[in-house]
Write a protein that binds this ligand. Sequence first.
Ligand SMILES: [Zn+2]
Length: 407
Amino acid sequence: MNGCEYDLLLKNGRVIDPASGMDQRADVAIKDGKIARVAPDIAESAAKEIDVTGLIVTPGLIDCHCHVYPTFPQAENRLYNINADAHMLQSGVTTVIDAGTCGWRDFMRFKETVIDVSEVRVLAMINIAAGGMVRMESEQEPSEFNAAVAAEIARAYGDIVVAIKTAHYWTHRPFTDEHRPWTSVDATIRAGELAGKPCMFDFYPWLPERPYRGLIERMRPGDVHTHMYAQQFPVLDENGRVSDFLMKAKERGIRFDLGHGAGSFWFRNAVPAYRQGFAPDTLSSDLYMESIHGAALNLLNIMSKYLCIGMPLEETIARTTVEPARQFGHPELGALRPGGCADVTVLKLREGDFGYADCGNARLSGKWRLECEMTLRGGKIAFNRDALGLPEWTDAPAPYWTSPGII
Ligand SMILES: [Zn+2]
């Protein structure tokens, strides 16, 4: 042992931890991969000290809607989904929730090939359709919906499976006795009831038999509607006011997730809604290959949009830490709690003239941009944009080949 009290000490950052209400200058001490202490002026020694003066220290961010299980849709024979380690750590995200890419039939493969081997913590919603989004026709096929089996898997892997998901039930074909307007929604809720888990709904109100209001009425408190500001939803009424049934749904405990993606975030819905008090409960990227270079980009880009819309910084952090942690049954995450896993994000808040796109080819100008300086996953430095804590190269030890006897 090196005789130090801690392994790593982040000094003098502005620590924002919405779970505890902390927003002050403080140090964060880490030992054995866990948060050891959060307090001003920690005096004990650490094997490594990093000065983060002027930067913001938060719990590791949680992106509660993205797609990290390859590949959907398989039919197009191309990669649609992202690699969690490659795309998330550099934007400060230490936990992702895959939003139902994988159906109940392939869950073990997902677990073995992605969940168990990723550096990022990967949690999952399980798709009510057997083939999930990997085989999107499965999401249209009622015989592929199995609430009992989906719930059984959700219970058996209760630490990993955080919700039941339905998506892409487009109802392009005629309704029959089996293929009814609400078949996917009803099966999902049934699975959620059996598993004791919330449900997440991706929804298309394109037919009069499937109005948005009908979905909201069916949802239970704690269930989540994602893509809340997509163009297909009557977020605003004809007078530009947030639809009354949505405000009432919030009061009833229905949850709303941003789910940006390549097509689901419109400033024309989001900004007036925010100003009238209809804000997202959780900010999420819905990242897949089509959204990583588009308007979504990453979770920090979406948080930056909300800073420019007017959401306070602490709230953008709450909605990407403690809120998704509680929403999806992992209150031990999304907080800088002594004894908890040392997932920590260090951010820089830049002020300047910035622009942000939405999915409807519109722009928002604003003064704020959040950037990731450093990501710690389980106490280890997984991303370090400015090489913080490293010696200047002129002061660094000589390369190993100059040691006697090497050459
Ligand atoms: Zn999605």
